[in-house]
Design a protein. Structure first.
Length: 248
C-alpha cells in the first residue's frame, strides 16, 4: 500500500485559532479534512472516492442521514462535519456496524490483534481533548501528560491492545482552567489535567475504569513533576451515559 502522509498541523491551528465551542471545532476540522484530501487527490492524480471508517455510533451521535428526528449529541467530523460541496463520493463500508461488530469483521478478515483492538483515537484529533482554544503549547502539554498516563497503563498491563482485559480507551484531557498549587516553597497557578479511562465493548455505553490507586498516584506524581505548567490531576469517574467518552 502506498501511504502518503501530509503534515497539515499549521493549517488546522490557523483555522482553529480563537475557537472554543466544540461543535464549531468539529465543523472546521471536518471541512479542512475534506479540503486537504481534495487538494492531495488533485496533486496525485484522478480520484473519485473518499473511503472512511465511519461506524454506526458516529452516525447516531451526529444525528446523521437516515435518522430523522434524532437528537445530535456531537457532530463527528466524518458525518455532520463534512462540507456539502465536497468533490468526492463517500465510501463507508462500516457505516451501520457497532465497534464490537467491526472488530468481529476484523477477526474474520484475519487482521492482527494490534490493529483490531488498538486504542480508539478521535477523528478531530487532540482538538477535542484540549478543552478550549487549541494552541501548539497546549497540545504539547497534553501530549506529555497523555504519554505518561498511557505508558503507565501499558506497563501495568491495563491498556487493552490485543483483545485482553483492560481499559478499552484511556487518555488525558487538558482543561481550560488553572488552579493554585505549591511547588517547593513557591506558589503556582497552573493547568489541570483530567484522566479518562473506560471499559466497554460497543462504545455506545461505557463504565469508568476502576484503576488501582497506586497507579493513579504514580501517574499524578509524574505528570505534576514532569510536565511543565501542570500542578493538578483529576480522575473522571463518569459513565456513558450520561457522559460521553470524549469530553467534547
Amino acid at each position: 500500500m502506498r501511504l502518503v502522509a501530509v503534515n497539515a498541523v499549521e493549517e488546522y491551528l490557523d483555522a482553529l485559532s480563537g475557537v472554543t465551542e466544540p461543535e464549531e471545532k468539529r465543523r472546521i476540522i471536518g471541512e479542512r479534512f475534506v479540503r486537504n484530501f481534495e487538494r492531495e487527490a488533485r496533486r496525485l492524480g484522478d480520484f473519485d472516492f473518499l473511503a472512511q471508517g465511519t461506524i454506526y455510533p458516529d452516525v447516531i451521535e451526529s444525528a446523521g442521514a437516515g435518522r430523522p428526528g434524532a437528537h445530535r449529541i456531537k457532530t463527528h467530523h466524518n458525518v455532520g462535519g463534512l462540507p456539502d460541496d465536497m468533490q468526492m463520493e463517500l465510501v463507508e463500508p462500516l457505516r451501520f456496524l457497532f465497534k464490537d461488530e467491526v472488530r468481529a469483521v476484523g477477526h474474520k478478515l484475519g487482521l492482527p490483534d494490534e490493529i483490531v483492538h488498538r486504542q480508539p483515537f478521535p477523528g478531530p484529533g487532540l482538538a477535542v481533548r484540549v478543552i478550549g482554544e487549541v494552541t501548539w503549547e497546549r497540545l504539547e502539554t497534553l501530549r506529555a501528560a497523555d504519554a505518561i498516563f498511557t505508558g503507565e497503563l501499558q506497563q501495568a498491563g491495563l491498556l487493552r491492545q490485543h483483545g485482553r482485559e483492560g481499559t478499552a480507551q484511556a487518555f488525558a484531557v487538558l482543561l481550560p482552567v488553572r488552579s493554585v498549587g505549591v511547588m517547593g516553597d513557591g506558589r503556582t497557578y497552573a493547568h489541570v489535567i483530567a484522566l479518562r479511562a473506560v471499559t466497554t465493548d460497543d462504545f455506545m455505553t461505557a463504565d469508568w475504569a476502576r484503576l488501582p490507586y497506586e497507579l493513579l498516584a504514580r501517574v499524578s506524581s509524574r505528570i505534576v513533576n514532569e510536565v511543565p505548567g501542570v500542578n493538578r490531576v483529576v480522575y473522571d469517574v463518569s459513565s456513558k451515559p450520561p457522559s460521553t467518552i470524549e469530553w467534547e
